[in-house]
Design a protein around this ligand. Structure first.
Ligand SMILES: [Zn+2]
Length: 228
């Protein structure tokens, strides 16, 4: 969902994730036979929506987000984009990001299919980040056991098991185990946490080490210059 705070007039652009202030250049509400100046007759439920559009002030983005808010319930339904997702840097491989983004797109409509995609995403990460390749994901997760914390490992194995529900038919077709969207969203958070703890942490660490080495080299060069 697009994050909007009407009280402080700020929102987070769903495309580039920049938090920013917005101002309303035009404000008019006219829904069917009612408009803002006419109160909804008592006892009548209003079904109309107020449409809000936001243009990003980040010059590299400038994209327009649109959302609809129900005037009675306050429920927000995003129109553009319909799904708000995090965008990850390209040092995480394209295939892994594709699986993650596709899982986001189908999560509400099919949580089970999303769990299956997240399981595939996890397998891609175990191959790509850890270099572990075994006969199947189960064996790969077993090989990962002594490399991550016990709780992280248990959650990863949980994602594998839940992703299995969509990936393989149960022996007994009458046995239906479902995954709801809240559960699939938790699996999604797990993948995001692993992106952070594995890829982003490694990248930031390498960046910092390179920066320090380069500063140290510069100082060394200055010292030599001074000595000569
Ligand atoms: Zn933007």
């Amino acid at each position: 969902m697009i994050q909007i705070d009407f009280a402080s007039k700020t929102y987070v652009c769903p495309f580039c994730e920049h938090a920013q202030a917005f101002y309303a250049s035009h404000d008019a509400v006219n829904n069917n036979s009612y408009c803002t100046s006419v109160a909804v007759p008592q006892g009548l439920e209003e079904s109309s929506f107020t449409i809000h559009s936001f243009r990003c002030s980040n010059s590299a983005c400038k994209r327009i987000a649109v959302t609809a808010i129900n005037r009675t319930s306050g429920k927000q339904i995003d129109l553009v984009p319909q799904v708000v997702m995090k965008h990850y840097p390209n040092y995480i491989s394209q295939q892994i990001r594709n699986d993650y983004e596709e899982a986001n797109l189908i999560l509400e409509a099919s949580p089970k299919a999303a769990a299956t995609l997240l399981r595939r995403c996890l397998q891609g990460m175990i191959h790509d980040y850890w270099g572990i390749y075994e006969k199947n994901l189960n064996a790969e997760i077993t090989a990962l056991k002594d490399k991550v914390t016990q709780t992280q490992w248990a959650a990863i194995d949980g994602l594998r098991k839940m992703g299995n529900i969509g990936a393989h038919m149960e022996q007994d077709v009458n046995l239906i185990i479902d995954i709801d969207s809240d559960e699939a969203r938790k699996l999604m958070r797990l993948i995001e946490t692993l992106f952070g703890k594995w890829y982003i942490a490694r990248h930031e660490e390498e960046q910092l080490f390179m920066d320090i080495t380069s500063i140290s080299d510069q100082k060394e060069a200055q010292r030599k210059e001074h000595d000569s």
